[in-house]
Design a protein around this ligand. Structure first.
Ligand SMILES: Cc1ncc(COP(=O)(O)O)c(C=O)c1O
Length: 404
């Protein structure tokens, strides 16, 4: 295995709901969901996948059409966070989808530049590395990066950056580095994921949208990690009442299979001439069959209510942990997309917690530009008893790290 891929010693043999079993039969509570790809739980889409597997595996949508692709686009249109008539393009990964959103925004506006934000993560391809805001390990040595990418501060209240600060800095960027009429789009995660689970304050997305409208800039909403029910509503941007121009989806969309999408206002999506968009595997029929099952589930009232309830329960426990620890400084998130941040800007403590958790039978992830944030990406199908067990293991692991 190459050194560039970092993993853990856990070898999985089976998974179901929010549980994993390793090759020795030991059970784990899963608070990672394959990095946010199991919002509906391990195994949820298995029946839909089996059924599609018996029909056909692959056609390539550029060769022949097939219904699962069209149905996913229809569901993306139905769940679109706004009034516009939309169209969708399906792809394989979040990074590929972000790249395509930028391609589309450039053609639709005739402008070259893109604004991304502090703490952003948009992927590991060349253009998305340029958009991503963490040098080690994502960018170090991999340049030169795609040009015409500019970075503005994003609000981060815990570390003293407010909405006003971020917007003042954006107007400064427009004076200092790039004229707003050169900017095709801004790209923003409603809850920044890899960058530290930083939810945008209520007023930032709407005020950013106003700035975009003033200058003819398109608003690209990256929902790869925060979408597909992770925060309660199907799309996290719904918390903010902002209708984006383009929305990027991925991760849990395919229920564990690789699938991503770009959905956007029809006239923006159709700015690209025939043949300008595509790819061999994008919108693979089996992944689409899984996505239909997933989207049908996450848009139900029952799912949304359960997710809101999970959010309250997890937040209450995390607030207890922070109140009891002199090392932890912040609890934040939207719905159950929650995290705790160590006050110290170093990765050691969070690393100790995730290692201790694994020893105790809990799969847990850290994140953040300083690697000092513990995030919860638990499958949202988890029942109360298993959730309590997982939170108890997390509490014990925090204690281990503190003692260590
Ligand atoms: C917000 C966001 N955008 C894009 C990506 C890239 O997705 P992928 O790893 O599927 O290319 C990620 C992955 O973590 C993400 O969290």
């Amino acid at each position: 295995m190459v050194r560039g891929i970092v993993t853990t010693p856990l070898v999985v043999a089976r998974a179901e709901g929010a549980r994993l079993w390793d090759v020795d039969g030991r059970e784990y509570v899963d608070f990672a969901g394959g990095l946010g790809c199991q919002n509906t739980g391990h195994g949820f889409a298995a029946a839909a996948i089996h059924e599609q597997t018996d029909r056909y595996l692959h056609q390539c949508f550029m060769v022949t059409m097939y219904e699962p692709y069209v149905e996913v686009c229809r569901l993306l249109d139905e769940t679109w966070p706004g009034e516009a008539e939309t169209k969708s393009l399906l792809l394989n990964s979040g990074a590929e989808a972000v790249e395509n959103a930028v391609k589309i925004a450039r053609v639709a506006t005739g402008r070259p530049s893109v604004v991304a934000f502090d703490h952003a993560f948009h992927g590991r391809t060349n253009l998305t590395m340029a958009l991503t805001a963490k040098v080690v390990p994502y960018k170090q040595g991999f340049g030169p990066f795609a040009p015409e990418v500019y970075r503005a501060p994003a609000p981060y209240p815990y570390r003293g950056v407010s909405t006003d600060d971020a917007l003042v800095a954006l107007s400064h960027l427009f004076k200092q580095d790039v004229h707003p009429e050169q900017v095709a789009c801004v790209v923003l995660e409603p809850v920044q994921g890899e960058g530290g689970f930083i939810p945008m304050p209520d007023d930032f997305p709407p005020r950013l949208k106003e700035v975009c409208e003033q200058h003819g800039i398109l608003y690209v909403d990256d929902e790869v990690q925060s979408g597909v029910g992770r925060t309660g509503p199907v799309w996290a941007i719904e918390h903010y009442g902002v209708e984006p121009d383009l929305m990027v989806t991925g991760k849990s969309l395919g229920g564990g299979l690789p699938l991503a999408g770009v959905t956007g206002r029809a006239e923006v999506m159709d700015a690209v001439p025939p043949g300008g968009l595509g790819g061999t595997f994008g919108g693979n029929p089996v992944a689409c069959a899984a996505a239909i099952a997933v989207l049908d589930e996450v848009r139900t009232e029952g799912f949304r209510e359960r997710v809101a309830e999970l959010g309250k329960r997890i937040r209450a426990r995390l607030e207890d942990f922070v109140a009891q620890s002199h090392l932890l400084g912040d609890v934040r998130g939207l719905g159950p997309m929650l995290a705790i941040e160590f006050a110290e800007k170093t990765p050691e403590l969070a690393g100790r917690v995730t290692a201790a958790a694994r020893e105790r039978g809990l799969v847990l992830l850290s994140c953040g530009i300083y690697g000092n944030v513990i995030r919860i990406l638990v499958p949202l199908s988890i029942d109360d008893a298993l959730l309590q067990r997982g939170l108890h293991l997390l509490e014990e692991s925090l204690g281990d790290a503190d003692a260590g």
